[in-house]
Design a protein around this ligand. Structure first.
Ligand code: GLU
Length: 276
């Protein structure tokens, strides 16, 4: 903890206040305003930081579209990695303006953050080894001595623990990509999370022919844009942006571009319901 002289704090506050007035919150399209946006960095097709330091994926395109509608240029975006377990904290602390990171809308999360959307609907599934010929069946998951891998703070881990595989041995890592080595070398039987994410891993060049989806459709995972609780004005603006993205065809274009290569059959854009 650092202590500052009161005079310095007061002077800083004045400068900040002046800067805030001059920039007008970014809604005017001013190009000197910056925005922090939370995405995933290790989920191909959704949110990926490439080796060249580029950011790509469906969530990235949705976030860029929304930012543009809020008045921010692409060059003014700072991308922040938003691990599943950190999302509510990052929003509540003001580290990011919003998060677009395969972020399922649910009541527990709504106690700490608000959501706009949904803008996408995924379903929980299993990623297994390509040569695995077990008959993966929703109703029998509990009867098997399963070793599963998922991510801390995700609905995927929670669903597995509480709903469909409470007896399974579940390893929880910080990110899904960390489960892939364990799956490949048979330390675990399956990686479980949204089918949208799993399809991206299966299609990655370095994984081709190694993994497949079991096709279980274990849950509905409606993705929302997470934002500060109580900011109804921002939520309305984001919902308007999402509607426009769908109406203009930019949603379909982004979905085709990012899910097409993985042969992932995505659901159509869902109805926006997070309005109050
Ligand atoms: N959509 C699920 C969730 O929000 C799983 C994917 C993720 O962890 O981001 O928890």
């Amino acid at each position: 903890m650092t202590f500052r002289k009161p005079g310095l704090v007061a002077a800083t506050a004045v400068v900040l206040a002046l800067t805030a007035t001059a920039c007008g919150g970014g809604a005017s399209g001013s190009d000197d305003e910056k925005i922090n946006i939370g995405i995933k960095f290790d989920q191909p097709g959704l949110g990926l930081k490439t080796q060249d330091g580029e950011y790509t994926g469906f969530d990235v395109d949705v976030a860029k579209y929304v930012a543009k509608e809020l008045g921010y240029d692409e060059k003014d975006i700072t991308w922040k990695q938003a691990p599943s377990a950190e999302r509510e904290n990052m929003i509540a602390n003001g580290d990011v303006k919003f998060i677009a990171a395969t972020y399922t809308i649910n009541d527990e999360r709504k106690e700490r953050v608000d959501f706009a959307g949904p803008y996408f609907l995924a379903h929980q599934d299993f990623l297994v080894r390509a040569e695995d010929d077990s008959a993966w069946n929703k109703d029998e998951l509990n009867t098997k001595e399963l070793k599963l891998c998922s991510v801390v703070g995700s609905t995927s881990a929670q669903n597995a623990n509480k709903k469909f595989a409470p007896k399974a041995n579940l390893i929880e890592y910080g990110g899904y990509s960390e489960c892939l080595t364990g799956l490949e070398n048979e330390a675990v039987d399956a990686l479980t999370t949204d089918d949208s994410i799993l399809a991206g891993y299966a299609a990655q060049k370095e994984h081709q022919g190694k993994f497949k989806l079991a096709g279980l459709s274990l849950s509905d995972e409606p993705y929302g844009i997470g934002l500060k609780k109580g900011d109804t004005e921002l939520r309305k603006k984001i919902n308007d942006a999402l509607k426009k993205m769908v109406d203009e065809g930019a949603w379909e274009e982004a979905a085709k571009k990012h899910f097409g290569p993985a042969n992932y059959e995505y659901e159509p854009a869902p109805e926006i319901t997070e309005t109050n």
